[in-house]
Write a protein that binds this ligand. Structure first.
Ligand SMILES: [Zn+2]
Ligand SMILES: [Zn+2]
Length: 265
């Protein structure tokens, strides 16, 4: 059984991740238009009819924009925490009650051949979660929208074969950039977003021989560049002895479109 992974979109403007096996296909978030999600699926050889469930991290529109339209069009069940359900933006439209499913942080959920575990993340949403998705002893972790490095996030990233981790901003670009002060403070707070330096520190703390692939994602378009995110994180890791390209591979996930498909065996 192999575990497959691809990002369909990853940035402050929209997030959607594909994870699957030979038998099961899920999305983590669908924060872009239904059409763009369909285009991403088509480059993976899939359609909306192949998607067995959408697992939502939290109610911000860059994570849920397309869930309503996809659920209605393809009868896809949507999984979210109670707090996320209670705070969904009305713009997603109606979701049929039988397709609204609850998930619980820290509780493993057996979903066909996948084992899915939502875990708490520190972010300014009602009840946000990251996810680990596993088959046998192999797991993928999706951890974006993280205000600070929490013990829970560290524990869940540890032992992953593949990690999609937020590297949202460069602190100086944010501080000297054009965002209003209130927004800057929100992003920099303990419940905002993870900086490049903190992404590097987090990885440095947990990276071990199990990690084969690292994707840096959810980059801010205004306060980061792919090169800066990559260079900042890789410097922290290589200064501490990691060999990128040897021990593991690392890339920046593109803001939109499927560029790389990973298959973990
Ligand atoms: Zn968010
Ligand atoms: Zn977000």
């Amino acid at each position: 059984m192999s575990l497959r992974f691809a990002t369909i979109a990853s940035s402050s403007s929209g997030n959607c991740v594909y994870v699957g096996t030979e038998n099961t296909n899920i999305l983590i978030d669908a924060g872009l238009s239904g059409k763009k999600v369909e285009e991403g699926l088509s480059s993976l050889g899939l359609t909306g009819n192949d998607i067995d469930g959408i697992f939502v991290t939290h109610e911000h529109s860059d994570h849920v924009k397309g869930i309503g339209v996809l659920s209605r069009r393809y009868n896809i069940p949507i999984f979210a925490t109670e707090g996320t359900w209670g705070n969904m933006p009305s713009s997603i439209g109606q979701i049929r009650p039988n397709l609204m499913k609850d998930i619980y942080a820290e509780e493993y959920c057996a979903f066909n051949d996948l084992t899915i575990k939502p875990f708490e993340i520190p972010h300014d949403a009602a009840q946000p979660v990251g996810y680990t998705v596993g088959v046998n002893n192999t797991k993928i972790t999706i951890a974006t929208d993280i205000g600070h490095i929490s013990d829970t996030v560290l524990e869940n990233v540890k032992g992953s074969s593949l990690v999609l981790l937020e590297a949202n901003h460069d602190v100086e670009m944010l501080q000297y950039g054009g965002y209003p002060q209130s927004l800057k403070s929100r992003i920099l707070s303990d419940f905002g977003h993870l900086s490049n330096v903190n992404a590097g520190r987090l990885l440095d703390t947990v990276i071990d021989s199990s990690v084969k692939y690292v994707f840096l994602g959810h980059l801010s378009k205004e306060n980061n560049t792919p090169r800066l995110a990559y260079d900042t994180v890789s410097k922290i890791l290589t200064d501490n002895g990691a060999v990128i390209g040897g021990d593991f591979n690392m890339w920046v996930a593109p803001p939109e479109g499927v560029k790389r498909k990973i298959e973990l065996v």
